[in-house]
Design a protein around this ligand. Structure first.
Ligand code: FAD
Ligand code: EPU
Length: 337
């Protein structure tokens, strides 16, 4: 256990925040020790994976625990599928690459998402037409009250768009230890219908794409518009794409003829990036913080010197602008600490 520890290298926004205590854990025993230390000192816990979906707005008066459990286990089911279990501390993209190298299908559309495997169920990570719920089988968690290991299956996780039980009633009650996915060994389902994948494959002159080709296309698209956190601090999309009613969408369409929307029954999902851009925020910088010039949904630590509070205040200004112009309340996707 280390004290007065800087979390700057442990969050992809690259903001400074001092944690009262810090422990990097490699085994479940170390994890239990750190939890017991926190409870015996009545201190709150902050679990960290890759720190790519948190905004630290102040110093943390508790115990930050970085989950570094490692290991991948494979279990063949039949000729067609395989169960692959990865420990929470495995890097997500490296795990995707490991599976693609073995020609296991299902994760390719989720290439290049930062962070760790153990965090993937938190917000049911998703991109380019796939969410982890599509291949998720179960995860093992440690119950923080009982210190017993429990298993959460698909139903129990209650996955939704950027949502799960771990962000709702299970918030702060469990730490995820490992996640199991069901992947295909052959006859892979190739998903190219989303966004710019087809156009990117055409550019690469690929007519019958493999799962590896889809991964390459997704990586190219992501690299063309998302800032690399190693160079520019960010946490990906700062807000969720809001869902509004069909009638509100139709009213807005009368005023803003080119508003985009993806209907789903009586609801329409509206791209937050478009709303933010229309409010004039794209590429705009205030102090150390900016909206990314290629993707306005991404807030960046433009100078490298931003504080978490500055980034939070910048995001509040965006929420206010969008509310004023469109009557839509944006919800933050990033976990505010
Ligand atoms: P962290 O930031 O470390 O933690 C996130 C939350 O989970 C925190 O509240 C933390 O306390 C909690 N937590 C961490 N580990 C555990 C654990 N083992 N058990 C319980 N709680 C835990 N997300 C998408 O869904 N799709 C995208 O396309 C996408 N693109 C991104 C692009 C960029 C450039 C960046 C920077 C981020 C992007 N994200 C995306 C967001 C982010 O990568 C994901 O949310 C990722 O799953 C976060 O993982 P992490 O390990 O970094 O989480
Ligand atoms: N758009 C604009 N202006 C912008 C940004 C976007 O008009 O500045 C428009 C685009 O033209 C496009 C639409 O908004 O028509 C959607 O944009 P994009 O395809 O870039 O996707 P997104 O909705 O902004 C979502 C996820 C991403 C995920 C991509 C690909 C959310 C909150 N974000 O972004 O996830 O990678 O789709 O599937 O759902 C993340 O969660 O951190 C993240 C990066």
């Amino acid at each position: 256990m280390q004290d007065n520890f800087s979390l700057k290298p442990y969050n992809t926004f690259g903001v400074e925040a001092i944690s009262r205590y810090f422990a990097e854990i490699h085994t479940i025993e170390e994890l239990k020790e750190a939890i017991l230390f926190s409870s015996s000192h009545s201190l709150p816990i902050l679990f960290l994976g890759g720190g790519s979906n948190v905004l630290l707005t102040k110093d943390f008066e508790g115990v930050a625990i970085q989950i570094n459990l490692k290991g991948i286990i494979e279990e063949s089911v039949d000729d067609h599928s395989i169960l692959v279990t990865a420990k929470a501390g495995e890097n997500w993209h490296e795990f995707v690459m490991y599976c693609l190298a073995k020609n296991y299908g299902g994760l390719e559309n989720l290439s290049l998402i930062p962070g760790n495997v153990g965090t993937s169920p938190m917000q049911n990570i998703g991109a380019y037409g796939t969410e982890i719920k599509d291949i998720f089988v179960k995860c093992s968690v440690l119950n923080l009250d009982t210190l017993e290991i429990e298993t959460f299956d698909l139903e129990k996780c209650r996955f939704g768009y950027r949502d799960s039980i771990f962000k709702q009633e299970g918030k702060g009650k469990y730490v995820i230890l490992e996640v199991t996915f069901r992947l295909t060994k052959k006859d892979h389902i190739i998903k190219t219908e989303y966004g710019a994948i087809t156009a990117e494959l055409e550019k690469l002159h690929i007519e019958a794409p493999t799962i590896q080709d889809v991964s390459k296309a997704v990586i190219n698209i992501r690299q063309s518009k998302l800032p690399d956190p190693k160079i520019t601090g960010n946490a990906g999309s700062f807000f969720k794409n809001p869902t509004i009613s069909l009638s509100q969408f139709e009213d807005l369409k009368l005023k803003f003829a080119n508003i985009q929307g993806y209907p789903n029954g009586n609801q329409v999902k509206v791209p937050a990036g478009w709303l933010i851009e229309q409010c004039g925020w794209k590429g705009r910088q205030i102090g150390n913080v900016a909206s990314h010039q290629l993707q306005s949904l991404v807030i960046i630590n433009a100078t490298g010197n931003a504080t978490g509070k500055e980034i939070f205040d910048f995001s509040t200004q965006i929420i206010n602008s969008v509310k004023e112009k469109f009557g839509i309340e944006l919800e933050r996707e990033v976990n505010i600490i």
